[in-house]
Design a protein around this ligand. Structure first.
Ligand SMILES: [Fe+2]
Length: 225
């Protein structure tokens, strides 16, 4: 019996060592570079918005995510479940902010706009009737977000269909709804207010001119695997 207890303690000790090694080796999240200049999406999204949005707002989510994960790892190491639970909201907010913005920058392109091609277009026609109907549905859901949040075109892996959804705050689409994000529209005021003031519908209308459909198509292909 003693031997069995020793074996269990020894096993637990190895697991703890592995956990602390993992904690120490954790990679910090970093702000991804944009593949285009801050002014490249003008006149649809001005350079000042892009610069502040990327270098200040997104950077803050990244920094706060790293701080939160650090605290979470400490709580895990101590076995402090209360502290772990207390950190959930910050993890969701800053983790969601990092995930959402990382997708958003790649969804946009100075060479964007127009209509998608191939499989994505066929899926849009099948699930919404036409490209215009999808645009109307996603625009309406995005404009209607109360306060801050995001509108999304997502992929429902279970049914194999495209869906429109809206999320509050920085709630990440997949983590909170299960839909895989393909195209996100940020309707926090920091995304448009400097240029469009309180007229959110004009910003949502303009963003279609810079949607990178190749990126959205690539995301659909990956989501289907
Ligand atoms: Fe944002």
């Amino acid at each position: 019996m003693l031997c069995r207890v020793w074996q269990m303690r020894s096993c637990a000790s190895v697991l703890n060592q592995a956990a602390s090694w993992k904690v120490g080796s954790r990679q910090k999240h970093t702000l991804p570079d944009l593949t285009y200049d801050y002014g490249a999406l003008e006149p649809h999204i001005c350079a000042e918005i892009m610069q502040l949005h990327h270098s200040k707002h997104h950077a803050t989510y990244v920094n706060n995510l790293n701080v939160t994960e650090e605290k979470y790892q400490e709580a895990l190491a101590k076995g402090d479940v209360t502290a772990q639970v207390a950190l959930q909201a910050a993890l969701k907010f800053n983790g969601g902010g990092h995930i959402n913005h990382t997708i958003f920058w790649t969804n946009l392109s100075p060479n964007g706009g127009g209509e998608p091609q191939g499989e994505l277009m066929e899926a849009i026609k099948r699930d919404f009737g036409s490209f215009q109907k999808m645009q109307e549905k996603l625009s309406a859901a995005t404009v209607a977000v109360q306060g801050s949040g995001w509108g999304w075109l997502g992929y429902d892996k279970e049914s194999g269909r495209l869906r429109v959804a809206a999320c509050a705050n920085q709630d990440p689409l997949q983590g909170t709804t299960g839909l895989i994000p393909l195209l996100g529209i940020d309707v926090w005021e920091h995304a448009y207010y400097l240029q469009y003031k309180n007229v959110r519908p004009d910003y949502v209308k303009a963003i279609w001119n810079v949607v990178n459909w190749e990126n959205v198509s690539d995301r659909l292909q990956t989501a289907k695997k």
